[in-house]
Design a protein around this ligand. Structure first.
Ligand code: ARG
Length: 456
């Protein structure tokens, strides 16, 4: 019998022809990429889920994958955060609940800054200090960054999403200056009446034909840092392919980025891709509008546990909390793949956690049912089986699905096929079929980033 996630299992269901013909290389996948002190929105969660899937998929096909998280850890807002912290921050609160405290300070500082010139000035000064690498300002910033990463790492672990590199916009401020210089020497830079420096990207054929790479006060922008970051990554990792995963509101940003890289003479710009996805509306938890990733995960888990307690079919299990967590996470994950990637959708807890239909809950349920079937009939498992005994059309349909590799339809075809009450050899053949189906299902789930449960 195949144990779930054994050596053999991990590759089970993979079409070796596909595996051998797919081009293999080094892929850098940049995803999740939240911003320090700002809210973690549904788009970041979607990027985390889709990015993890792309990385898993590439890896399972034999690519060397680098998983990168590119934090929003630089820019004017850190002036406000720093100045705000000096006024109404508390080291103690920072230690107890860092993400909450940084967010609170940032919100308060923003509010104050609306009609308080002093704090505006303080913010500008603080950011200048940062840009000049003033040691005091830098050590506060460093602290903000470190605790944020640490907090995030815990939540990513819950989701089962690993990162190889935590990079960020701050890594590229110096290089951003060099980029501007390079653009200048190549004659690609134009100065506007407002004193900003721009690159003509009209060849991309969209409405805004210029991309601003330098403010009039000489500070760099999001795109400037992205140009520098891309060049730096190519040098450091020498990837064959780089994939950015964000919502579709950044489509123009990436078109501009790739175009500028091409203008700068980087042929590898052709191997950069933006995978964009639709916007998610109305994601909220009992605490209100989503601010922290952790709250979404807690809510998914709590709601799932509640549903499990209500359902009469729920099995006795050693750790219902753990099962609820895994199934809750898969519900969140599967939701993001239900429709076309580019489509927007409205977040709805009830729909996401439905026990039937194309939901993560049903996927887990199917897997758990198969595992239970295999468990309860383990004494029957035979070394040699005769596949020609699988005559009924549903068995053949399952085989066909399995041969076409992962197909979630296998779940519905599988439902009522009995093992018990058949002649031994037929039952053994069916059991092997289920066990194969179960492994394929588990492999597919693993690529999606889902941890299969044994019982539910
Ligand atoms: N931090 C950005 C945001 O929250 C996403 C970063 C996407 N990646 C990039 N290389 N620009 O919108």
């Amino acid at each position: 019998m195949l144990e779930p996630f054994g050596e053999e299992d991990a590759k089970f269901g993979f079409n070796s022809e596909l595996f051998n013909t797919v081009k293999k290389g080094k892929t850098l996948v940049e995803f999740s990429s939240p911003n320090i002190a700002k809210k973690f929105h549904a788009g970041h969660l979607r990027s985390t889920i889709i990015g993890n899937f792309i990385a898993n998929l590439k890896e399972s096909l034999g690519n060397h994958v680098i998983r990168m998280n590119y934090l929003g850890d630089w820019g004017m807002q850190f002036g406000l955060l720093g100045a705000g912290f000096e006024q109404f921050g508390s080291q103690e609160k920072l230690n107890v609940n860092p993400l909450q405290h940084l967010f609170d300070v940032y919100v308060q500082a923003n509010k104050e800054a609306e009609d308080n010139k002093e704090i505006q000035l303080a913010a500008r000064e603080f950011f200048q200090k940062l840009e000049q690498h003033d040691s005091q300002a830098m050590s506060l910033w460093q602290q903000f960054r470190e605790i944020t990463v640490k907090e995030y790492q815990q939540v990513y672990k819950r989701l089962g999403v690993p990162f190889d590199v935590y990079s960020g916009e701050s890594f590229h401020q110096e290089q951003a200056r060099e980029v501007v210089q390079l653009l200048q020497t190549r004659g690609l830079l134009k100065t506007t009446e407002r004193g900003t420096s721009v690159v003509d990207v009209s060849a991309e054929g969209d409405m805004s034909s210029c991309s601003t790479v330098l403010r009039s006060d000489g500070t760099s922008l999001y795109i400037t840092r992205d140009i520098a970051a891309a060049i730096d990554r190519k040098e450091k990792f020498n990837f064959d392919e780089m994939i950015y995963v964000t919502d579709k509101s950044q489509q123009n940003h990436f078109l501009h980025l790739f175009h500028i890289l091409r203008l700068m003479g980087h042929p590898w710009a052709e191997s950069c891709r933006h995978v964009s996805f639709g916007l998610v509306q109305g994601m909220s938890t009992r605490r209100g509008e989503v601010v922290f990733l952790e709250d979404v995960l807690d809510e998914a888990c709590a709601r799932m546990l509640h549903n499990m307690q209500q359902a009469t079919t729920t099995k006795e299990m050693a750790d219902p909390g753990d099962t609820a967590e895994k199934v809750g996470m898969s519900a969140l994950i599967v939701q993001d793949f239900r429709g076309p990637l580019e489509a927007d959708y409205r977040f709805d807890w009830d729909r996401i956690l439905q026990a039937q239909g194309d939901t993560g809950v049903f996927l887990q349920y199917t897997h758990a049912r198969l595992r239970s079937l295999i468990r309860t009939n383990s004494t029957m498992a035979a070394k040699e089986i005769d596949p020609s005994l699988l005559l009924e059309h549903r068995s053949i349909a399952i085989l066909q699905h399995l041969l076409r590799t992962f197909n979630h339809l296998v779940a519905s075809a599988l439902r009522e096929l009995p093992v018990k009450g058949s002649p031994d050899d037929v039952a053994q053949a069916r059991l092997r079929l289920f066990s194969g189906a179960c492994s394929v299902l588990a492999s597919g789930m693993r690529i999606l980033g889902i941890k299969p449960v044994e019982k539910m």
